[in-house]
Design a protein around this ligand. Structure first.
Ligand code: UDP
Length: 329
């Protein structure tokens, strides 16, 4: 892999998804070659349609558990960025079998293929691995605090933690070069609200003239990072030899309550600040649903290793999402 000239060949699993399609664009723009594998289960062909004529872009519609296909694609690339996963709280709560199987079996298949050709793999993990601890910011070596196995939500956290454990195991036992990025809430144009993500949902409601659905009391907080910043972080990590064998938080540190977020979206779309409906969690998800109250990353480690820091403020990101959704109407 030639980190200096950026002309290396990247295989992006889940590359037709929201983050994957932005990543593919950025890598092509830097002069790289990109192959995407995506089964279009939650990804959309429309996300990568504009790239299909590019001479350095290739697309395989297939599942990552298809061992023969993964073997060939791994043999042809220099590095793998593994984004394919079941994500979105709504999907997780309503289809936990698919979540666990997609994440655990899918990553197993990717690592097997990578190991055969000793390809570097960057794995997109998630801030969900930290669970419901409220001692923020979360640092990479912090303990995890999870709910019981009877609550489907926590299966996502554990499925991604198994992905991390398995990556570290391959690194330790076989010397496979792995890098783990724990992504915190990532937002921007093309994100679908279909699987639960709050910003595309609230923006769609605002543009449709409907009340904004805020779950619980809306005092829970998140830090939302623009997808362009996240893509820059992933590229920085994959090109950093010091990142190998390590895990990094990737996210914004600008904390906002969901209620305040809804108010900002109402203001930016010219709606009345009163147009918010509070919905109990039990009704929004399922009885007994547990949410994270706060989620803030400590991003010291990635800054020290690659120099990365997020740069795009939340209001600018919200404007981008609003413009993107308006253009699709
Ligand atoms: N949420 C909300 N209204 C919605 C969708 C989500 O209030 O229509 C809340 C959700 O309960 C959570 C926060 O917004 O507290 C972020 O939810 P999301 O699913 O985007 O990401 P999470 O951080 O929970 O993975």
């Amino acid at each position: 892999m030639d980190e200096q000239t950026h002309t290396y060949h990247t295989l992006i699993t889940g590359g037709a998804g929201f983050i994957g399609s932005h990543l593919a664009e950025a890598l092509l723009a830097r002069g790289g070659t990109v192959t995407v594998i995506d089964d279009l289960s939650t990804g959309r062909f429309g996300n990568i349609a504009p790239l299909t004529d590019h001479p350095r872009f290739r697309f395989a519609i297939d599942t990552i558990t298809h061992a023969l296909v993964m073997d060939r694609l791994a043999s042809e690339c220099d590095v793998i960025i593994h984004l394919a996963a079941a994500v979105g709280v709504e999907l997780i709560v309503h289809d936990p079998v698919r979540t666990i199987e997609t994440n655990v079996l899918g990553s197993h298949s990717v690592y097997q293929a990578a190991a055969r050709y000793r390809r570097k793999v960057l794995i997109a993990s998630t801030s969900e691995v930290y669970g419901k601890g409220v001692r923020v910011p979360f640092a990479e070596d912090d303990d995890r605090l999870l709910g019981p196995t009877t609550k489907a939500r926590w299966s996502y956290s554990d499925s991604k933690a198994i992905d991390e454990f398995l990556a570290f195991a391959h690194h330790k036992q076989h010397g496979l070069p792995v890098v783990i990025a724990r992504l915190f809430n990532t937002v921007g144009p093309r994100q679908s609200g279909q699987y639960g993500m709050v910003i595309p949902r609230l923006v769609a409601q605002a543009l449709a003239g409907k009340p904004l659905t805020v779950y619980g009391d809306g005092q829970q907080t998140r830090c939302f990072c623009n997808v362009r910043d996240v893509v820059a972080a992933l590229i920085g990590l994959v090109e950093s030899p010091e990142a190998v064998g390590e895990v990094f938080n990737v996210g914004s540190t600008d904390e906002v309550s969901i209620f305040a977020l809804a108010q900002r979206i109402l203001a930016l779309t010219g709606r009345s600040p009163e147009d918010i409906t509070l919905i109990p969690y039990a009704e929004a998800y399922e009885p007994g649903f547990e949410d994270m109250q706060r989620r803030v990353p400590d991003i010291t480690k990635i800054r020290q290793t690659t120099g990365w820091a997020p740069g795009i403020p939340l209001d600018e990101t919200l404007q981008q999402v609003i413009a993107d959704q308006r253009a699709r109407l």
